[in-house]
Design a protein around this ligand. Structure first.
Ligand code: THU
Length: 143
């Protein structure tokens, strides 16, 4: 995405943040996802639960919307919007979900209500993430 497209995705994520269902934390989060080769922007917000642990992050909502619409889709960029300074990064579970669908050049843009404050390559956010390639059945050495 070029800067103008990232700016538009930011505005969409910022608006969608108001859809958050977060009566327990009162912390509203918005996310926008773009897939490689697709123009559509998929939006998410956090959806909490009285059991707390069943709460879903904004990134998870946006990514599951995207991947369910586009099977085999790869993440090109994600904009995350919180009302914090400094900006918040994704939680560990979200990083792992991103890892499953990441493209090689996946970029994560961290924003607060004033705009994007930090852009970082996903591979620098989670440099040694576990993925399917780690499940090779070939043992490293014979025992
Ligand atoms: N949350 C997100 O949606 N994304 C993040 O990256 C961090 C945390 C949500 C989960 C919960 O609803 C609230 O923010 C407080 O943790």
């Amino acid at each position: 995405m070029d800067d103008a497209e990232i700016g538009k995705a930011f505005e969409k994520a910022k608006g969608f943040r108001n859809n958050a269902y977060s009566p327990y934390s009162n912390f509203l989060v918005g996310a926008a996802v773009k897939l490689e080769g697709h123009t559509e922007i998929f939006l998410g917000c956090n959806i909490e639960n009285a059991t707390y642990g069943a709460s879903i992050c904004a990134e998870q909502v946006a990514i599951t919307k995207a991947i369910s619409q586009v099977p085999g889709g790869k993440l090109e960029s994600l904009v995350l919007v919180t009302d914090t300074n400094p900006v918040a990064g994704p939680c560990g579970i979200c990083l792992q979900i991103m890892n499953e669908f990441s493209s090689d050049n996946f970029m994560v843009h961290l924003a607060n209500l004033s705009g994007i404050q930090k852009s970082i390559a996903f591979k620098n956010l989670l440099p040694l993430g576990f993925n399917r390639s780690n499940m090779s059945t070939t043992p490293e050495k014979e025992i």
